[in-house]
Write a protein that binds this ligand. Structure first.
Ligand SMILES: [Zn+2]
Ligand SMILES: [Zn+2]
Length: 188
């Protein structure tokens, strides 16, 4: 029997803590169990080296995103080896192979109509000349009036859209962002 186990891909923007290990360990236990049963196991995972958390950290430290991704990917690898994780393949999202497979899957979904394009209003910072990911927008929570991030309020746990925040500010430069339309790919 073939068994595929895909562990969660930790974000390469900071050191691992016990919470990460708690969510990753069950995958390793399953992999070992099925191997002992004689199954053909493929247990994979990797470091998520793309995305907002890494861009934010790189911005804070004034280095390129790759510097952050490389640092933590190396650290993760080291941790998993020392802890004895039995991945058959532990890779990273910025590898050429990963890009190729993701593009293949994306195009297949797009060509079969599972993904479509739609214009959505998003927060744009004119000073930084860029659309702001949710976490780059800070302001006041409309539900509890405490300071909050564009994706959620840590104080009252309300899930937010950055457009709902009051007194919005760009996290990078502190200026007030505007609302602008942008074309996005959406899943059905
Ligand atoms: Zn709140
Ligand atoms: Zn800005």
């Amino acid at each position: 029997m073939n068994i595929f186990i895909g562990g969660a891909w930790p974000y390469a923007n900071g050191s691992l803590h016990l919470g990460h290990i708690a969510s990753l360990l069950p995958g390793d236990i399953l992999a070992r169990y099925f191997r002992l049963k004689g199954c053909n196991v493929l247990y994979v995972s990797g470091s998520d080296c793309n995305g907002t958390p890494i861009a934010l950290r790189a911005n804070d430290e004034k280095v390129a995103p790759e510097v952050i991704a490389n640092r933590y990917h190396k650290e993760f690898n080291n941790c998993f080896n020392k802890l004895g994780f039995s991945y058959d393949c532990y890779t990273r999202t910025d590898s050429e192979h990963h890009h190729m497979i993701v593009q293949q899957i994306f195009l297949e979904l797009l060509n079969n109509g599972f993904i479509y394009q739609k214009e959505i209003e998003q927060t744009y910072c004119e000073a930084c000349s860029q659309f702001l990911p949710d976490r780059y927008v800070e302001g006041i929570c409309p539900a509890c009036s405490q300071p909050a991030r564009g994706d959620q309020c840590d104080y009252c746990s309300t899930i937010l859209d950055p457009l709902e925040l009051l007194e919005r500010q760009c996290k990078i430069c502190g200026s007030t962002p505007i609302t602008k339309k942008r074309s996005n790919f959406i899943c059905h």
